[in-house]
Design a protein around this ligand. Structure first.
Ligand SMILES: [Zn+2]
Length: 604
């Protein structure tokens, strides 16, 4: 059958083939179903976008079938429908009710086809299109029930005159304009473009509902109008892309006022939607952001599944989870983490669940604390007899760390690995000795027999200047290290070179300014020598003058290091004991004490 052009109608822009069939049928006083039958096709096939049925209809009406290529809803695989290149699902379409903009229909009637002109736009089949973006009025339902389903013109003819009712004004909003643009193939770039159309719409609505209603509320009671408002809010948020969505998620976390803490409990409905209701890969761009955000802010044990992905390795701990894993009490644990700089004290007001930190780093630090030792403990560990422990367990040989003290405050402690590496360094040139080797003594004895401070013997060893080093098999640790007296004495009598002022700075761990003041005031004897390299006169200090100075004075910092206490605490003790600094602060800008007043190295 082919209709004479005067018996047909011109298809309209974005008109669905079902609407077109319905209008031509109406022109012939038939229902859409009857008219399709007259053409030898089934109306239902036209409704579901069957290619052959649509071309047969176009042929019969003498129009180009390609006209409907972008206004036909086609059923594809996996419950996906398409309109043009855009994907939709049955849930994102509203096909049982026909809806239309009364103002659009009114304008249609002004044309030459009059009452037969009003037609169905394909966009009106999309559930989220609740308002006409051209007229800012809500779409009206023009068909209810299953009778003559999809027969647009038939329902329009039977329904009340839509034009008689003045429609309420309602803003269409950016989401609906976006849907129209995507269906029309207009290319305004938006973050949601990366999602299929149905997922873009649903994401905007779900996130919008979370924004407008909160993530904890039930969304079952939301009206059409509520979902419309939600779509606008959500779409606006995604205009800001990843960053805006993350900022929103962080805000939800801040507002969370329950003690329990985790992805699901904090993000409620939003989490449920992305975890259960939307296993669909189409939502992965949004799910991925939420997953990363959760992994970066919430402690998750290894093996847990976060939004569909199993976590192979724990990334974060909270104080709560770390306390459980390490067996430490949360309160001292929190203090330790602050002391190590792993968390900052800004976290003080947050509950144990909410304070999170990198698990690896923290556990390594906590592990070190667990094996750290006090000065006494370290001396036992390395087998250093008193009073030598204070000389050996001090810079430059080893540096103590500061760990939280059980009674509050901090105390110096030594990490086991530092102690191990100190011993390794002192014994690196040692070989096992036979018991019959003569001339070898342990370091304390060598210091005594050579009349040389232990620190100097240790320096020889530390700087690998001693080649004859043995380990006594009957002792362990530090006490086992033996040196050859003869070799130590050789170093004692070796001519010592003069020290430049730069060398003095290093020896005294003092600033250039302090050394200059010591030399200028004569507190440290110096002389001018011609430099052998530059041939210029320069000020030098003889080693014996340096020894004399170091035997006479000790700096506050040096003394604090020797005693293993904080310099402020030491200063208070000295002040309390009435011991005053050796120099006036306006002559020498550093605090030195007379050795005779404060005691020799090693004395407590
Ligand atoms: Zn309209």
């Amino acid at each position: 059958m082919r209709l004479h052009p005067t018996l047909s109608l011109a298809p309209q822009p974005r008109e669905t083939p079902a609407s077109y069939c319905s209008r031509v049928a109406r022109k012939h006083g038939r229902t859409a179903q009857q008219f399709a039958g007259d053409c030898g096709i089934r109306f239902q096939d036209i409704v579901v976008g069957n290619e052959d049925a649509v071309s047969a209809l176009a042929d019969a009406c003498g129009v180009d079938g390609a006209h409907f290529s972008c206004s036909t809803v086609r059923r594809g695989a996996d419950r996906i429908f398409t309109i043009g290149n855009e994907q939709l699902t049955s849930g994102s379409l509203r096909r049982l009710q026909l809806r239309a903009c009364p103002q659009c229909l009114l304008e249609d009637r002004q044309g030459p086809d009059g009452e037969l002109a009003p037609y169905m736009r394909v966009e009106w089949l999309i559930d989220a299109v609740r308002v006409c973006p051209h007229h800012s009025v809500p779409l009206d339902v023009i068909s209810v029930g299953s009778h003559q389903k999809h027969d647009f013109a038939w329902h329009l003819n039977r329904g009340e005159d839509l034009a008689r009712v003045t429609p309420a004004h309602r803003e269409a909003g950016a989401l609906i304009r976006y849907i129209f643009d995507r269906l029309a193939g207009r290319a305004d770039v938006h973050w949601l473009d990366r999602l299929p159309l149905y997922a873009a719409i649903r994401s905007a609505e779900i996130v919008g509902a979370a924004i407008t209603r909160g993530v904890k509320a039930s969304w079952n009671s939301l009206s059409d109008e509520d979902w419309h408002a939600a779509g606008i809010s959500g779409f606006e948020l995604f205009t800001g892309g990843d960053r805006a969505f993350r900022t929103y998620l962080a805000g939800v976390q801040r507002a969370h006022d329950q003690s329990s803490w985790g992805g699901k409990v904090v993000f409620g409905q939003l989490y449920n939607f992305l975890a259960q209701d939307a296993r669909d890969a189409a939502y992965e761009p949004i799910r991925g952001i939420m997953r990363s955000h959760i992994l970066e802010t919430v402690q998750i044990p290894a093996g847990d599944v976060v939004l569909g992905v199993k976590l192979e390795q724990r990334r974060l701990h909270s104080i709560h989870s770390a306390a459980r894993e390490t067996g430490l009490h949360p309160k001292p644990l929190r203090r330790k983490l602050v002391a190590f700089g792993i968390i900052d004290s800004l976290a003080d007001h947050l509950t144990d669940d909410r304070v999170v930190f990198e698990a690896d780093k923290a556990l390594a630090a906590l592990g070190s604390i667990k094996t750290s030792m006090s000065l006494e403990g370290a001396a036992v560990y390395l087998n250093i007899p008193r009073p030598h422990n204070r000389t050996v367990l001090a810079p430059p040989f080893i540096t103590a760390i500061s760990v939280p003290s059980p009674g509050g405050g901090h105390r110096p402690a030594f990490l086991q690995r530092d102690l191990d590496s100190l011993l390794a360094r002192l014994t690196c040139s040692a070989s096992d000795r036979g018991l019959d080797d003569v001339g070898y003594v342990w370091l304390g004895e060598a210091s005594k027999r050579c009349v040389m401070p232990l620190v100097d013997v240790l320096m020889l060893l530390f700087e690998k200047k001693l080649t004859q080093v043995r380990l006594n098999p009957l002792e362990r640790g530090f006490k086992a290290i033996q040196v050859n007296l003869k070799e130590v004495r050789e170093h004692l009598h070796a001519p010592r070179s003069t020290l430049s002022l730069r060398d003095v700075e290093r020896h005294l761990k003092a600033s250039t300014q302090v050394v200059k003041a010591l030399v200028d005031t004569g507190a440290l004897c110096s002389s001018v020598q011609i430099n052998r390299v530059s041939n210029l006169p320069s000020r030098v200090v003889l080693p014996e003058d340096m020894d004399l100075f170091m035997g006479t004075y000790v700096s506050l910092m040096g003394l604090a290091r020797e005693r293993g206490i904080h310099f402020r605490a030491l200063k208070s003790q000295l002040d309390a004991a009435g011991i005053t600094p050796a120099f006036e602060p306006n002559t020498i800008p550093a605090t030195f004490y007379l050795r005779v007043q404060v005691g020799s190295p090693g004395r407590v």
